[in-house]
Design a protein around this ligand. Structure first.
Ligand code: RUB
Length: 306
């Protein structure tokens, strides 16, 4: 059964769909389902319907350029087509959605192949939150026979570190689970840090789960390499034009359900790791410096800048 657009938006909002990649896939699938069921009689009506859906999906989570790039790309395929028949255009949405998902899968594979080489026998890898891209890279290293350990932070307030820890155990990787505030105490045991990304800015800074930048500072202090593992399409072109990446602020009840009245509880979901703390961005085009990431994206995905 296919779910409605509103149901997808709600699942994304409630973190039932979690992680930038999964959010993007759920969103493009929702657009595809909408197109498959459309009753639009004209090209204009179909495009309006797609744009409304896109705008609604954008509101589900603010800090997700991969979703925004994916939806934008699919709608551009329709807008750029000379086709007038809405049924034909609706099937173009399906074809484009599938193509986008295949391209994402290809990027994830390539990232895993490249990144797995940085995981050596005996390596201790620290990761924060849950990134499907990081997990896939670690799966690749394991499937190539590498024997390494993982330290997972629990990742307050939503405990995504539990997902990572469970996945690592299922892979047969020796896994240690720590509270976020223990990261400094364990950093001396670590060989490298790997985290995912929600957004990459034009200056090469990276937005990821709250606490990532603290871990980057700790890695810098301990002289341990801090890698970001990310598809290039997490780049936010709006940052090139001066906009700051918006940081989603979630409900205070995620932190403290029955907090005393009058208490100011803040719950930003993400933070910004400055490029100077990032050793490299492991992406589908290779391991690149955060400073050169915008250039690499420009080469690989010129349409992002249009
Ligand atoms: C998840 C998170 C992940 C990135 C990358 O935050 O910060 O590191 O989204 O994930 P949340 P992926 O749980 O709030 O969505 O590599 O799967 O795209």
């Amino acid at each position: 059964m296919t779910e409605t657009l509103q149901a997808t938006v709600e699942r994304i909002r409630k973190l039932e769909v979690q992680g930038a990649r999964n959010v993007a896939i759920a969103a493009v699938k929702a657009l595809q389902t909408l197109a498959e069921k459309t009753s639009a009689k004209t090209r204009k009506d179909l495009i309006a319907e797609l744009c409304n859906a896109r705008n609604l999906l954008f509101t589900a989570r603010e800090t997700e350029p991969l979703m925004r790039n994916g939806l934008r790309w699919i709608i551009t395929q329709v807008e750029d087509s000379d086709e007038r028949n809405p049924a034909e255009l609706a099937s173009l949405v399906s074809v484009s959605s599938e193509k986008f998902q295949r391209s994402l899968a290809g990027s994830r594979e390539r990232i895993a192949e490249i990144g797995a080489k940085r995981i050596r026998d005996g390596s201790v890898v620290l990761t924060h939150c849950h990134s499907s891209t990081v997990s896939h890279m670690l799966w690749k290293a394991k499937s190539e026979g590498r024997d390494f350990e993982v330290i997972c932070t629990e990742t307050r307030p939503a405990f995504q570190g539990r997902i990572t820890a469970t996945e690592m155990l299922q892979l047969g990787v020796k896994t240690t689970f720590i509270v976020d505030s223990a990261a400094r105490s364990f950093m001396h045991d670590v060989d490298l840090v790997v985290v995912g990304a929600d957004a990459i800015t034009s200056e090469g800074n990276v937005v990821n789960k709250i606490g990532s930048s603290t871990i980057a500072v700790l890695a810098h202090e301990a002289r341990k390499p801090f890698y970001v593992v990310s598809e290039l399409l997490k780049f936010d072109p709006a940052t090139l034009h001066g906009d700051y990446e918006k940081i989603e602020e979630r409900s205070p009840t995620e932190i403290w359900k029955e907090a005393p009245a009058g208490l100011n509880v803040r719950n930003p979901a993400f933070d910004v790791t400055p490029r100077d703390l990032i050793h490299g961005v492991i992406c589908e085009e290779g391991i690149v410096s955060p400073q050169s990431v915008a250039e690499v994206i420009h080469r690989a995905y010129p349409w992002v800048f249009e």
